[in-house]
Design a protein around this ligand. Structure first.
Ligand code: NAP
Ligand code: GLV
Length: 313
């Protein structure tokens, strides 16, 4: 079995070492420009188009992340990039769900307990007790109830604030009020105090965090975007912050990454920035998951995590 590997980061040797250990019978090689030799599987993160195009015989492409937007953008720009023979398989949790739950819970509790405001009071050396936010109206709405959104929504329930979730198809999660489909989008948003975005980036969800969406939330709402930068209309967020519809935002993902040094977000004290680090791909868990799926495919079994290319996630 021949496996091609590609990552734009400079840690390919470590990944190849670990995959070699997990799949000792496989012939693994790092893809280099011009390599068109046959392969059965590809394991990739943000691959160039030339790596995948016209690779008849490829059985599966494993994406070393949960989001497949970068690969599907290649396919949309150049239809036929993904070989018809190949399934596209994404990471499912592989250690990302607990990280995402920690990140989002931390951000929600920071706003609930007004730590963001205490941080700015501390900077002014001011000793002032703030009234707590009432928990019963501190409604958290999670956009996307997939692997990560469901884990995050469940993690928030024990804190006692109302938790809502929104997905394409109807979902049931204990302790979470769920909404599905465009027809229920406004009802989901209405009165939400903290909006958490965990949608995949697809043509349907592009720009979903916009002025109209913000206007349906409770006044002085908070935004936590941990999905993709292209979900957010940046100017609409700055305007919503200026007029008080949004009180503060925690952003982990941006239209351009790294966030340019002269970007206005760096100067906005109500925006908390992290460098796309809310849920990192963990090598050990990811290697184990991909190796187990390759072994299953070799036995002729079906695997989970196969992307529906037409749907976009
Ligand atoms: P997932 O399991 O595929 O879940 C996607 C969820 O979004 C599903 O509930 C799906 O609805 C819903 N959805 C998709 N399109 C929708 C639409 N048009 N309207 C309403 N709901 C829609 O994905 P995941 O593993 O949870 O990951 C979610 C995203 O998180 C990834 O795509 C990635 O962009 C992002 N991510 C970010 C980081 C980071 O470090 N910042 C790390 C990992 C992942 P159904 O349930 O009805 O299908
Ligand atoms: C990271 O952003 C991922 O999609 O896994």
């Amino acid at each position: 079995m021949k496996i091609l590997f590609y990552t734009p980061q400079n840690d390919a040797a470590t990944w190849l070492h670990d995959f070699n250990r997990a799949l000792p019978e496989a012939e693994l090689r790092e893809w280099q420009a011009g390599d068109t030799a046959p392969a059965d599987f590809a394991i990739v993160w943000r691959p160039p188009r030339e790596m995948l195009a016209e690779r008849a015989g490829l059985r599966a492409i494993f994406n070393l992340g949960a989001g497949v937007d970068a690969i599907l953008a290649l396919e949309r720009a150049h239809p036929g990039t993904l070989p018809r023979s190949a399934q596209l398989v994404r990471l499912e949790d592989s250690g990302m769900a607990p990280q995402m739950a920690e990140y989002v819970t931390h951000a929600v509790l920071r706003y609930l307990r007004r730590f963001d405001e205490y941080e700015s009071l501390q900077a002014q050396r001011r000793w002032k007790v703030l009234d707590p936010h009432p928990r019963d109206t501190f409604t958290v709405g999670v956009l996307g109830l997939g692997v990560l959104g469901t884990h995050v929504a469940r993690a928030l329930v024990p804190f006692g604030m109302p938790v809502r979730g929104y997905s394409r198809s109807a979902r049931q999660i204990d302790g979470v009020t769920t909404f599905a489909g465009e027809a229920q989008f406004e009802a989901f948003l209405s009165g939400v105090k903290v909006l958490v975005n965990l949608l995949p980036h697809t043509p349907d969800t592009h720009d979903v965090l916009n002025r109209r969406t913000f206007s349906k939330l409770a006044r002085g709402a908070y935004l936590i975007n941990v999905a993709r930068g292209a979900h957010l209309v940046e100017q609409d967020l700055l305007e919503a912050l200026a007029d008080g519809q949004i009180a503060a935002a925690t952003l982990d993902v941006f239209r351009e990454e790294p966030l340019p040094v002269d970007h206005l977000f760096w100067q906005e004290p109500r925006i908390t920035i992290t460098p796309h680090s809310s849920a990192q791909t963990l090598r050990e868990e990811s290697v184990a998951q991909v190796a187990q799926k390759i072994a299953a495919l070799m036995r002729g079994e079906a695997v989970s995590g196969v992307v529906d290319i037409a749907r976009g996630y």
